[in-house]
Write a protein that binds this ligand. Sequence first.
Ligand SMILES: Cc1ncc(C[n+]2csc(CCOP(=O)(O)OP(=O)(O)O)c2C)c(N)n1
Ligand code: SF4
Ligand SMILES: [Mg+2]
Length: 274
Amino acid sequence: MAHPLSNYIRKGAQPHTHCSGCGNGIIAQSFLRTLHEIGIDRKKIVCVAGIGCSGWIPSPFFDVDTLHVTHGRPIAFATGVKLGKPDLEVVVFTGDGDASAIGGNHLIHAARRNIGVKVICVNNMIYGMTGGEVAPTTPRGIRTTTTPFGNLERPFDLSKLVIAAGGTYVARWTTYHVARLVASMKKALVRKGFAFVEVLSQCPVHYGRRIGISNPVEMMRWFQKQSVPVERAREMSEQELAGKFVVGEFVNIDAPELSQLYAELFETANRESN
Ligand SMILES: Cc1ncc(C[n+]2csc(CCOP(=O)(O)OP(=O)(O)O)c2C)c(N)n1
Ligand code: SF4
Ligand SMILES: [Mg+2]
């Protein structure tokens, strides 16, 4: 019997490039479940992927229109697609490095503009594809390829960054929280404005190995154990939250969406110039 989601996989696109146990498989399946359950016409979906292991989630596997673009630029390409074709649902798959190091400006400005692009950000706390270099999300003290004596820098909290930039839908889950992740992906897809769904994901090869948890199942147990729902986190002190992952839906508000505002402006400008 065929898998109910196999229909969403492009024929001949196998085998994939992800290491066994990588969280990217869970995120791929969660997204395809989202598409399947909301019954969206796949001709209306465009997935835009950056360079990185997470970029290989939609490309070339998902049987939808897919752009695989330069490192750090998927949100810039997605912004162009959404402004040119506002009726399409434009979904970005980006890594923590792609989104917040080289691509950090695109991320904050997309949030500020409320462009109707949906960003699925795979946060494995490291540069996975290039061999385990430090990322802006790597916690302090962690030894990576480029911080062999420990990372000195403070990490970004990506969801907080996007909230501060004006994000109108912001949620964070882990690969352990599949049902909640799918629920957030559904909300992201059906809303008009910008959405940022951060997923803490296991890279057993380059991150897990360095923190002494190279078994992917153990990494997911670690996510489970260290996760704190946002409602509970509000009552906890900074010390109590050290080393924890705050998860949940942080922001969900309506605001005018940019491609729609542009279409209205275009009509007004046309009327006034005729
Ligand atoms: C302009 C440019 N700079 C650097 C690179 C090398 N590079 C490719 S992917 C990557 C980082 C990947 O990390 P992340 O975005 O977190 O994705 P992951 O592989 O962890 O999913 C880097 C530095 C590149 N391809 N292009
Ligand atoms: S290097 Fe890490 S993030 Fe990349 S596919 Fe392997 S396990 Fe996944
Ligand atoms: Mg990464």
